[in-house]
Design a protein around this ligand. Structure first.
Ligand code: 5GP
Ligand code: ZN
Length: 115
């Protein structure tokens, strides 16, 4: 299995995990864009949000995002991002949600550029 997030989910590749249960793992992004930058990842391989048909799992990912944001102390607010497919700038083809916070994020999306 070459998918990096599948390997992290199975514990084959190290990552800093902040939460793990039977369905979901949450890790710190290796290239953080904010003081808190977490990735909420289902253990099942699903390519992107486009392909996420399991409503219960979708709900679990959303709820887990809010729980880890709370655990990180992000009372002042945070942002949830799902880069999806080519135009969405998705780099890892295993669905994941970015939880970003710890600073004012501004109107622009991470990695985007003002023109
Ligand atoms: P996206 O696919 O939404 O563009 O972003 C993928 C994210 O995964 C990036 O922010 C990148 O830094 C992160 N990432 C890629 N490979 C690894 C890894 O091996 N470990 C961790 N912790 N994060 C990773
Ligand atoms: Zn995968």
């Amino acid at each position: 299995m070459s998918c990096i997030f599948c390997r992290i989910g199975k514990g084959e590749v190290p990552a800093t995990k902040v939460h793990e249960d039977e369905l979901v793992v949450v890790i710190r992004d290796i290239r953080p864009q904010a003081p808190t930058h977490l990735l909420v990842i289902p253990k099942e391989h699903i390519a992107s949000l486009w392909d996420l048909e399991n409503e219960a799992l979708a709900g679990r990912l959303l709820q887990t995002s809010a729980r880890v944001a709370r655990a990180e102390g992000l009372e002042r607010g945070w942002r949830l991002i799902a880069n999806t497919r080519e135009h969405g700038g998705q780099e890892v083809d295993h669905v994941h949600l970015h939880v970003l916070g710890g600073r004012a994020l501004g109107p622009m999306l991470p990695g985007s550029h003002a023109h």
